[in-house]
Design a binder for this molecule. Structure first.
Ligand code: MRU
Length: 346
């Protein structure tokens, strides 16, 4: 099953807020509800929110009462702004919405409003199908970097749940496993929302890949002790120089790996590369509600004092010097990233 899919004139998505306790699929008929689902993280992961926003725009087309192409395009433009504002860091969101709006603009002279609605939906479906195919291509390139017997530290969730299907960094691990390589995964739990402990562990159970969950502050120990041979994570946005914004904690993990000569790979579709930004300092970093940090319990009791304050940046930037390679659907990119990255983004 796909994480994000269109069925019976509705957008359907696996509700990632409640996994692994319950597996539920939720349905959407309005672009505003889709935007809220992205903000609230029913769906999360850069490629998955891109696909969700694309289908959200298709829904906006059917929500619009306009019978003229001009009116429809105006309604789509307003919906595009709502969808693009739902999360700031993953560039795939704006990329997907802009791609669909570009198609609509291009064909508006030749089609009537109903044809335009159908074409927008067809383009969203195409984008979703392409995501799966791109992930599988990335996975083949990335799996070649993994040796039989490797222990891999993985951060956040980058699997089928973070994409339409298959996954980015976890897709690489999955393909290597299917190739018969014996792999062990150390799953960073990924505070504060625990995408590793909840979602990556759940996926690894489905695929039969051996794993152990570690708290985020344990990875330095395993890297220094020589107990992990590779680090793999995804990215939400990659700047033109190869700086990578990914889930908070990726930077500390990359630092510890680099200090211990353990290779670090970020696995991304080229739609995650933002060549308009010269370096990672320009990537917008989402600050989320501090309830995500303070809401955790220990032995059934709140961890923090009642009036405690907190901070919650959801992403950090790993500088390009800490990365061994960036895996894309067009091959593995090696330093110098400021020259080589642009060559694979077509
Ligand atoms: O806040 P999230 O769960 O949407 O963050 C997701 C990540 O950071 C992933 O690692 C990233 O999207 C790349 S993998 C598809």
């Amino acid at each position: 099953m796909r994480t994000v899919f269109w069925e019976n004139n509705e957008l359907k998505m696996i509700d990632q807020r409640i996994l692994p306790a319950r597996f539920e699929v939720v349905s959407y008929r309005s672009h505003k509800d889709v935007a809220f689902a992205i903000t609230d993280m029913v769906v999360r992961g850069a490629p998955a929110i891109g696909a969700a926003a694309a289908f959200g725009l298709a829904l906006a087309g059917y929500e619009s009462a306009s019978s003229s192409t001009e009116g429809l395009l105006a309604d789509l433009g307003a919906a595009a702004a709502v969808l693009k504002a739902s999360r700031p860091t993953a560039v795939n969101l704006a990329w997907a919405v802009d791609r669909l709006m570009g198609v609509a603009e291009k064909i508006k002279e030749e089609r009537n409003a109903d044809q335009l609605r159908q074409l927008i939906l067809a383009e969203a479906q195409k984008l979703a199908d392409e995501d799966v195919e791109i992930n599988k291509r990335m996975a083949e390139h990335g799996a070649a970097l993994i040796n039989d017997g490797d222990t891999i530290i993985h951060h956040c969730n980058t699997g089928a749940l973070a994409t339409v299907d298959w996954g980015t960094a976890l897709g690489v691990i999955r393909t290597a496993h299917e190739q018969g390589k014996r792999i062990h995964v150390l799953v960073d739990e990924t505070r504060p929302r625990l995408q590793g402990a909840r979602l990556t562990a759940w996926e690894l159970e489905q695929y039969g890949i051996p794993y152990e969950i570690i708290s985020d502050n344990m990875s330095g120990y395993f890297l220094k002790a020589g107990k992990a041979q590779k680090v793999f994570f995804g990215a939400d946005r990659v700047a033109a120089n190869g700086d990578v914004a990914n889930k908070i904690g990726s930077y500390m993990l990359a630092l510890a790996a680099h200090d211990n000569n353990v290779p670090v790979y970020s696995v991304v579709p080229t739609s995650t590369v933002d060549l308009s930004l010269a370096h990672g300092g320009l990537i917008p970093i989402e600050e989320r509600n501090t309830d995500e940090v303070l809401g955790i319990q220990f032995h059934g009791e709140p961890v923090a004092p009642k009036n405690a304050k907190a901070r919650n940046p959801a992403f950090d930037v790993t500088p390009n010097r800490l990365l061994s390679g960036i895996v894309t659907e067009n091959g593995v990119v090696y330093p110098p990233f400021d020259i080589n990255l642009a060559k694979v983004v077509r």
